[in-house]
Design a protein around this ligand. Structure first.
Ligand SMILES: N[C@@H](Cc1c[nH]c[nH+]1)C(=O)O
Length: 383
């Protein structure tokens, strides 16, 4: 096999595409800053235990592992930065007040999440710690929608769900508590026949509610339907009210509610959302509340946030138009060097022509040239 081949679902990002991703990264991080989010950069690898603070079987399977030659312990290559940022909030910053953190970096997945998905997503996200109220969830939802608007997406679908609702139903029945993992797997697969068999012996109220869950998806009217058919447990009512508020704050996005959506059910504990754009069946952004991750790091902190893959996002966007650039000859003449420095200081791209070569590039297009005429270096328009 040629030595320059890359593993499956691992790719170089070439000029133009890399620039598009970088421009997007900067614009989104700058916008996070306008909301007061502080940037953190967690490491690429950590001890496995700290990357898996809450059991998450899926997360365990998704993570590349290796042995640390210094400690002999197992290290994991991060598959998701959210838990790393929760660790930073819990231990390193240790602030009692609200903390807003953001990040951008590569994560690695042992298996691609879809046929053409990369195994090295470039994750960018924002998290709020220290506020258990819905205001934090609303801010995160707004920020996620604003990030997609910044990237140029005008048609966005917001899919809302609530991890607290299923947890409330499960914790109300002892059998359900024992079967939690199986219940989640069947609800995920929307395998109603197998689900009906599993819930047969549960308390009728919980059994009926679990069987109705897969039908509770659609537009905003799902909330009213859920109120009519689900048991009136306080946690169920709270979840439905949370969703109502978030629905109301969704702006121009088209909203759908799916009360059995468990695709992010790794560490989430409350309202969760996924964002979709035309042309891609998978969510481009995911977020939600995960109040129990801090506990695993020894400091319970309410938490909510969202993240997305910049590479995937950029792939859906049209290529950036080449940037106008100035071509200049190479010369030791101090006057030319001064002129070039002046132009670059003013933000112009000046590319010096190295003797004997053509320059080929995707990112730039020469529209001006510096020439020596009449004893002076002058800037001339091309074409
Ligand atoms: N990191 C989560 C999304 C998230 C960020 N913050 C909270 N949830 C994911 O990739 O699914």
């Amino acid at each position: 096999m040629p030595s320059w081949l890359l593993p499956e679902n691992i790719a170089d990002v070439l000029p133009s595409e890399a620039r598009k991703i970088e421009d997007l990264r900067r614009a989104i991080l700058d916008n996070f800053r306008l909301y007061g989010y502080e940037l953190v950069t967690p490491p690429m690898l950590e001890y496995l235990d700290s990357l898996l603070p809450v059991g998450g079987h899926d997360m365990d399977l998704r993570m590349f592992k290796l042995v640390d030659q210094l400690s002999g312990r197992t290290l994991g290559l991060r598959a998701d930065m959210t838990t790393q940022v929760a660790r930073i909030d819990a231990h390193l910053l240790n602030r009692p007040s609200v903390t807003r953190l953001c990040y951008a970096g590569s994560v690695l997945h042992t298996r691609p999440s879809g046929l053409h998905a990369t195994r090295e997503p470039l994750q960018i996200g924002a998290e709020i710690y220290g506020h258990a109220g819905l205001e934090a969830d609303a801010e995160i939802q707004e920020l996620a929608l604003a990030s997609l608007a910044l990237a140029g997406f005008t048609e966005v679908r917001l899919d809302l769900c609530h991890a607290g609702l299923l947890r409330a139903l499960i914790s109300a029945d002892e059998n359900a508590r024992e079967d939690e993992a199986a219940l989640i797997a069947l609800l995920r697969a929307k395998d109603i026949p197998a689900l009906s068999v599993l819930v047969e012996d549960y308390a009728p109220l919980i059994r009926d509610a679990l069987l109705k869950l897969p039908d509770l998806y659609g537009d905003a009217s799902v909330i009213a339907r859920a109120r009519a058919v689900l048991p009136t447990l306080p946690a169920v009512e709270k979840a439905l009210t949370d969703l109502e508020v978030l629905l109301d704050l969704a702006g121009d996005a088209q909203v759908t509610v799916d009360l059995a959506d468990l695709s992010g059910y790794q560490y989430e504990s409350g309202a969760m959302f996924a964002l979709y754009v035309p042309g891609l069946p998978n969510a481009v952004a995911r977020g939600g509340r995960y109040d129990h991750v801090g506990e695993a790091f020894g400091r319970a902190r309410p938490a909510t946030g969202f993240s997305m893959d910049l590479r995937e996002l950029a792939r859906l966007l049209p290529g950036a138009a080449p940037k106008a650039a100035i071509r200049a000859p190479w010369s030791r003449d101090p006057e030319l060097r001064r002129r070039i420095a002046e132009l670059r200081n003013a933000g112009e791209i000046v590319i010096q022509h190295l003797p004997g070569h053509d320059t080929e590039q995707q990112e730039f297009e020469h529209d001006r040239v510096i020439v020596f005429e009449g004893g002076n270096w002058i800037l001339k328009s091309l074409g």
